[in-house]
Design a protein around this ligand. Structure first.
Ligand SMILES: *Cc1c(COP(=O)(O)O)cnc(C)c1O
Length: 406
């Protein structure tokens, strides 16, 4: 391993600049800790944006990948992959679903959901019924279809013309959705907890109302659980915090704990329109990714990870409320379980930088919402350490004063 400076030089010379400047060069991880190329240790309260939910290099996942990579890594979906059938069974048994399709990324799983909704609607109700309602401040991916689904200008800008037939409602505002519903609508897609959109959880009452409207009009209700699924919110799936089930759910980020893998879960009455030849992927559901997914799901179940996330999440939230609640620059606490947002009255970027200097990784969404997504195996002591650092940073004069004129 060379120094961080060496890799930064290589990157600025050879890598496309779409990610902006990266100050940290990560080389290694274990549990809730990561180390940079110069050997400096960090407490990781971002977990690859809720990917490493079992912590970095979880031994069960490492062993599964090592074993499978020496057996069969890829063979095409022209052949039946045993681990794919096994993982589908487990995910169906844990959820509302009875059918599963595997892909590689969150964006791809959402693409599959959009295609399924359109095809289902066309097959059942005829043409002209292809519109999809999503929400402002949502995030559904970076492909052309999923940036169109994403209700944020900054994600769409410059890539026009976008896909036809998407409309944006206001999160937690039922009339804003029903106003957009028509005989042309085939689906509503929503994140139960908006991740990129400021760590905002949906209200139960709104979701129950939305479910009713969708059912009454034969509109598919799609939950994008790419970020909030896989035990993050204290339940295996975020929708289990609510009195509602979706028709389609997408998963990705934490499903492989770092191995790229995504899934679309649905019921057979909807999935039956995906007949042979209608949809597919080369890499999706390959034996290596499936082995990782199986290890993740088995570990989450056997180690009671959802309950642990709920318990630690309650503790972490209570500590944040107790120790940061009276800070003049802290406006509120958002999210569910170990999906935590701290709303500031000033930009979050300088806070992220100061936390980094003190060895804590986190990030910021919507400009002023600190986003904390620690591995779900994080301890109370590690939560205390993170709160210690946040207290120190949020009390700094130059940080606090940035909010005074806002
Ligand atoms: C990250 C994310 C996506 C996109 O996933 P990719 O794997 O980057 O394509 C989609 N939806 C949500 C809610 C996400 O957080």
């Amino acid at each position: 391993m060379n120094s961080s400076a060496h890799y930064k030089e290589l990157a600025s010379k050879y890598l496309v600049g779409n990610y902006g400047e990266r100050t940290v060069v990560l080389a290694r991880g274990k549990g809730t800790r990561v180390w940079d190329a110069d050997g400096r240790e960090y407490l990781d309260f971002l977990a690859g944006i809720s990917v490493n939910n079992l912590g970095h290099c979880h031994p069960a996942v490492v062993a599964a990948i090592q074993k499978q990579s020496a057996q069969l890594m890829h063979c095409s979906n022209l052949y039946l992959i045993p681990q794919q059938a096994e993982l589908a069974e487990k995910l169906c048994n844990l959820s509302f679903a009875d059918k599963c399709f595997f892909a590689n990324t969150g964006g791809e799983a959402n693409e599959a959901a959009i295609k399924l909704a359109r095809l289902y609607s066309k097959t059942k109700f005829g043409p002209g019924r292809h519109e999809i309602i999503t929400f402002r401040n949502s995030f559904h991916g970076r492909t052309i279809a999923t940036i169109t689904a994403t209700g944020q200008d900054k994600v769409q800008k410059g890539f026009e013309p976008l896909l036809e037939g998407f409309h944006y409602a206001t999160f937690n505002d039922l009339p804003s959705v029903t106003n957009l519903m028509s005989e042309r609508t085939c689906a509503v897609m929503i994140e139960p907890v908006q991740g990129e959109g400021g760590v905002t959880a949906v209200d139960n009452e709104f979701l129950v109302g939305l479910r009713k409207e969708c059912t009454a009009r034969n509109i598919l209700l799609i939950f994008d659980e790419v970020q909030c699924g896989m035990a993050r919110t204290g339940r295996m799936f975020a929708y289990q915090n609510y009195d509602v089930e979706p028709d389609v759910m997408t998963l990705a980020k934490a499903l492989g704990n770092g191995m790229p893998i995504s899934a679309l879960l649905t019921r057979s009455d909807f999935s039956e329109v995906f007949t042979p030849g209608t949809h597919g992927t080369t890499f999706g559901g390959n034996p290596l990714a499936m082995a990782a997914g199986l290890a993740v799901v088995d570990t989450m179940v056997s180690e009671n990870i959802p309950a642990r996330a709920l318990d630690t999440g309650d503790y972490f939230r209570a500590e944040i409320a107790k120790r940061l609640g009276d800070f003049p620059n802290v406006e509120g606490l958002r999210g569910l379980g170990l999906m935590v947002g701290i709303v500031l009255n000033h930009p979050g970027a300088p806070v992220i930088k100061e936390c980094l200097n003190r060895g804590l990784l986190l990030n910021c969404t919507m400009g002023n919402v600190l986003r904390l997504l620690p591995p779900l195996v994080v301890t109370r002591e590690e939560c205390d350490q993170a709160v210690d650092i946040l207290c120190e940073v949020l009390a700094m004069d130059e940080i606090r004063s940035s909010g005074e004129n806002q």
